[in-house]
Design a protein around this ligand. Structure first.
Ligand code: GLY
Length: 312
């Protein structure tokens, strides 16, 4: 029997001081919700889904309610889930108005023959399975969007590449992103889940790492699980989560996390975070952003932090 463990994150970026308390309470609560499933003997997949639901329903995080908006002022959510036992996975991209995109990702995994579905068909599936609809915009996120749009319109970011520099310099002070969860259950099964509104002011139709298996998340019972946060384009180019899982063949989750962030810094740029969990229940967190809001819980206790291993 394994010792069940859950690790969650609420996003890498620059967390403003007035939001840190709420965010830490949010990740702690999500870890508790997911861990409650594991404690009752439930599976890693359900634990991950439960933790992500809690993060999606908490408007402090950029996922589900409170998601950030694209350049056109519209929310386009991405989410994915992966079962490390059979390497089954489901992803959804560009959905709007679905209260919990993680549920749709799981339905795509379990009820279709596909891995990734975007746009119109995703909406049809959500309707067919009677998923709850909601207006996910919050007034707080709307005022952040207006302020950030002014920054972009003032010519301080004229193309997407500069987001990295803006993020690193702290210009986009409120820019935090994505939620994720990893679990190991008592049978040694692993799972990973992730959900996001994506990057503020992204072009309509842009899909980030959260919908891309291997980049935004990966789970394999033989290795462990990992999920990424930050600038999706960088995570996709580094296949960040699968790379971290591969490193866990010989390294601890902390060493694997630090190494993939360090490689990303030198190859594609800064603006990423990752959490990882191995098959022994050991975990790690690393980021090149100012903060990474994350929490973990197992039968020995837990923690909630605004930083992992910072790799500047
Ligand atoms: N990491 C989330 C995104 O870039 O969309």
């Amino acid at each position: 029997m394994k010792r069940p463990t859950i690790v969650v994150h609420g996003g890498a970026g620059n967390w403003p001081s007035d939001k840190r308390g709420r965010a830490l309470r949010g990740v702690r609560q999500a870890a508790e919700n997911g861990f409650a499933i594991l404690k009752q003997g439930g599976g890693a997949l359900s634990a991950v889904e439960k933790a992500i639901l809690s993060l999606e329903d908490n408007p402090i995080f950029n996922a589900g309610t409170g998601s950030t908006m694209n350049l056109a002022g519209r929310i386009e959510n991405d989410a994915s889930i992966m079962d490390g036992t059979g390497l089954e996975s489901g992803s959804v991209a560009l959905v709007n108005g679905i209260k919990n995109p993680i549920k749709l990702a799981r339905l795509i995994m379990e009820k279709t023959d596909h891995v990734l579905i975007a746009g119109k068909t995703a909406r049809i599936l959500a309707n067919a399975f009677a998923l709850e609809k909601a207006d996910l915009r919050t007034s707080e996120r709307l005022s952040t969007w207006r302020r950030e749009k002014r920054i972009f319109q003032n010519g301080r970011s004229r193309d997407f590449k500069r987001n990295s520099a803006l993020l690193a310099s702290g210009t986009l002070g409120q820019m935090v992103d994505t939620v994720g969860a990893l679990a190991l259950d008592s049978h040694g099964r692993t799972a990973a889940g992730a959900s996001t509104g994506g990057m503020t002011l992204k072009l309509p139709g842009r899909i980030g790492d959260t919908a891309v298996i291997g980049a935004g998340l990966y789970a394999d019972d033989r290795l462990g699980a990992a999920t990424a946060t930050g600038i999706g384009e960088l995570a996709i180019r580094m296949v960040l989560s699968k790379s971290a899982c591969d490193l866990m063949r010989s390294k601890t989750p902390q060493a694997a996390s630090t190494q993939v962030i360090r490689s990303a810094n030198s190859r594609v740029g800064r603006g990423l975070g990752i959490i990882a969990l191995d098959r022994k229940g050991r975990y790690g967190a690393a980021h090149s952003t100012k903060h990474l809001c994350w929490a973990t819980l197992d039968s020995k206790g837990g923690l909630a932090r605004m930083n992992g291993q910072r790799v500047p």
